[in-house]
Ligand binder design. Structure first.
Ligand code: 13P
Ligand code: SF4
Length: 309
């Protein structure tokens, strides 16, 4: 591995000075992943944030993830290098719209994928991630009608796996729906022995034809344990850095799209190594949240963390 750059060294020194914990999602750029204390999926990151006993947390990911860290660990500053790093999926379910739906359908049991705002979490009964969605949905009392928000693709996948009918909110991730089965098949002509691993936010045809569908963290185990030497990774490209670092003997091929050459999440990529340094230096920007919303959003997260153990 290449030696750390001056700015990465600067970040490590600031991290020590601030007694900070740096958490990074699997979609972050390699330079950020390399200075993080923990790199993982939304579920792993939520547990790490809850356990953190440092003076502050720096969350290199998108806004809803940093918000979740603040909800589970409210008494310390949670920094997000770029406050504008949102999520198209989270945006597809505004809290006011969910509140209106609940007013019209008062008996629904709301299972919310963690990719949503604190306001949506506050209106939900339980949260899930791509890593535990099946387990969570199976624990919902059988006599309740489930509304699954905001990702219709993950919801449809969970519904198919568990046999549990659910109403699906019509949201999706702008980046994952760009992957097409047609483009994957074209790539497989070039790599006929490659296996395909896909994130559940992908569309149904892509999921149905993949060798494995799972969260980003579970992709590590699948790629390590499978017999294939080459794996097509149908998710955001940051995932490839982590896979290549942990399983250097295998070849990872970024999942293909039909319409453009880009399969980066533009929100995840708003965090840069300079912004990470600046936020540690300035102790800003920080996540702020009204305490009543935090408490309401914490209840379904707590339920998830307990159900998911
Ligand atoms: P994971 O929890 O599987 O890492 O997914 C997070 C995400 O934002 C996927 O787009
Ligand atoms: Fe949101 Fe999609 Fe980006 Fe994940 S990849 S953070 S779901 S926009």
């Amino acid at each position: 591995e290449a030696p750390l750059t001056a700015i990465q060294e600067e970040i490590l020194a600031l991290k020590k000075e601030r007694n900070a914990l740096i958490l990074a999602h699997n979609y972050q750029i390699d330079a950020i992943q390399r200075v993080a204390d923990y790199v993982g999926d939304s579920l792993g990151l939520a547990y790490k944030a809850e356990e953190a006993d440092t003076d502050c947390i720096v969350f290199c990911g998108v806004h809803f993830m940093a918000e979740t860290a603040k909800i589970v660990n409210p008494n310390k500053p949670v920094l997000l290098p770029e406050m504008e790093a949102g999520c198209s999926l989270s945006d597809s379910c505004p809290a006011e719209k969910l509140a209106a739906y609940k007013a019209a359908n008062p008996n629904v049991y709301v299972v919310a994928y963690i990719n949503c705002s604190a306001g949506v979490k506050a209106l939900s009964d339980v949260i899930c991630t791509s890593g535990n969605a099946m387990k969570i949905v199976e624990k919902v009392p059988a006599d309740r009608d489930i509304l699954f928000v905001p990702d219709q693709n993950l919801g449809q996948w969970v519904s198919k796996q568990t046999g549990r009918e659910m109403q699906l909110w019509p949201g999706s991730c702008y980046a994952h729906v760009l992957f097409t089965q047609q483009a994957i098949e074209r790539l497989k002509l070039k790599f006929p022995d490659a296996l395909v691993v896909a994130h559940p936010e992908c569309v149904e045809t892509v999921r149905d034809n993949a060798d494995e569908v799972c969260s980003t963290e579970k992709m590590i185990g699948f790629c390590r344990d499978c017999d294939a030497e080459q794996i097509i990774v149908v998710t955001e490209t940051g995932m490839i850095h982590r896979l290549q670092r942990e399983i250097p003997e295998k070849t990872f091929i970024a999942g293909p799209t039909d319409t453009c050459a880009c399969n980066d999440c533009r929100f995840m990529k708003m965090n840069t190594i300079e912004k990470l340094r600046d936020c540690l230096r300035d102790m800003s920007p920080q996540i702020e949240m009204p305490e009543d919303i935090r408490l309401k959003a914490y209840a379904p997260i707590k339920r998830m963390l307990e159900w998911s153990k």
